[in-house]
Design a binder for this molecule. Structure first.
Ligand code: PEP
Ligand code: MN
Length: 345
């Protein structure tokens, strides 16, 4: 994997170079080219979808004169170090973030955590290396309708912390306003920036200063470059790390809630070597497809998944249809290790 801190745009040739011979060498490296002639200067324009190649590799080819590059606009993001959450290094084993869409009561969260803890023990018995389980649950919920349940706020945060500590789960929860960043960071180990807030730059900067790693969900319809730049905002403000989370793009088919973009996951991992998770729950909106998509996510290079689980999905205040059952959680653990094996063995 080559980190493209700079993108090669133009390659010029020496006066005595044979363009066909140089072009053949460049194509072997995975570059797609268009001939370029500017006055007496000859060379090539490097086209989209070329593989990342380092300038020095091109300069070694006989006949090449100069390589012109465009620097990355998100240098801090490109250079991110591996991220640890409560001592677990993301990427070292499959990570499962799981819990209810929204924290609805202390009893609901406790029951969810007990069932998740039972599944956590499966990880250690599974053939895969031990994976990390992180508890999720919304205390502040961004809702499309102002009349929908929007979370229980600080009360829910305190239950998350208490239940997380009891079961030794790190906790991730969403922050929806820069006014609440400090409050949420007092209770959570990781702060989630929801899809709708991916380009809320004031929130990104405030969350970046909170001293907690961020989980940055992707705004449907946004380009990967916009997602990387959003992370750069938080990193510029001092964030210790940003983990990306693909959660589905707007699609046109009603069978699934969204269109899960696993190609973007492969791009972030292969091209940029960045930490990335997949949220198939919001990606497809229905529980029956989730175990298979967990396997696919890890096979595409994801470091793990974020799943909505509710002890009684039929009573859920939000996202019941996509909340998996305890039985599904077992299938998910197996799916994660199988998908992980595809990408790592
Ligand atoms: C969530 O994770 O509960 C959520 C609201 O997700 P998103 O921001 O991806 O819609
Ligand atoms: Mn949800």
């Amino acid at each position: 994997m080559k980190k493209p801190f700079e993108t090669v745009r133009v390659i010029t040739l020496r006066a005595n170079a044979e363009p066909e011979a140089v072009s053949a060498q460049l194509q072997k490296l995975g570059l797609w080219l268009e001939p370029l002639q500017s006055g007496s200067e000859r060379g090539f324009l490097v086209l989209e979808h070329s593989l990342p190649v380092l300038p020095h590799e091109i300069l070694e080819i006989p006949g090449v004169s100069q390589v012109f590059t465009r620097p990355s606009e998100h240098p801090l993001c490109d250079r991110q170090e591996p991220i640890s959450i409560n001592g677990f290094e993301l990427g070292s084993a499959p990570c499962l973030i799981v819990g209810p869409c929204a924290v609805e009561s202390k009893e609901q969260l406790e029951r969810a955590a007990e069932n998740i803890a039972a599944v956590k023990s499966l990880f250690s018995h599974d053939t895969a290396k031990f994976g990390q389980v992180i508890l999720r649950g919304g205390a502040f919920k961004p809702r499309t309708s102002p009349y929908s349940f929007a979370g229980l706020g600080e009360k829910a945060l305190s239950w998350l912390k208490e239940v997380g500590e009891k079961h030794q789960f790190a906790v991730v929860t969403e922050v929806v306003s820069e006014l609440n960043v400090k409050l949420v960071a007092d209770y959570a180990d990781m702060l989630q920036i929801g899809a709708r807030n991916m380009q809320n730059f004031a929130l990104l900067r405030a969350a970046g200063k909170a001293g907690r790693p961020l989980l940055l969900k992707r705004l449907p319809g946004s380009k990967i470059e916009d997602w990387l730049l959003a992370a750069e905002h938080a990193l510029c403000a001092g964030s210790p790390g940003v983990v990306f989370c693909e959660r589905g793009q707007s699609g046109s088919d009603p069978h699934t809630r969204n269109l899960l973009d696993l190609a973007a996951v492969a791009v972030l991992k292969e091209l940029y070597g960045l930490p990335v998770l997949v949220d198939p729950s919001h990606g497809v909106g229905r529980r029956d497809l989730i175990p298979k998509l967990c396997a696919a996510a890890c096979a595409a290079g994801a470091d793990g998944v974020m799943i909505e689980y509710h002890p009684t999905p039929e009573t859920a205040q939000s996202d019941g249809a996509q909340s998996v059952t305890k039985e599904d959680l077992r299938k998910i653990v197996t799916a994660l290790s199988r998908g992980w094996a595809c990408a790592h063995d």
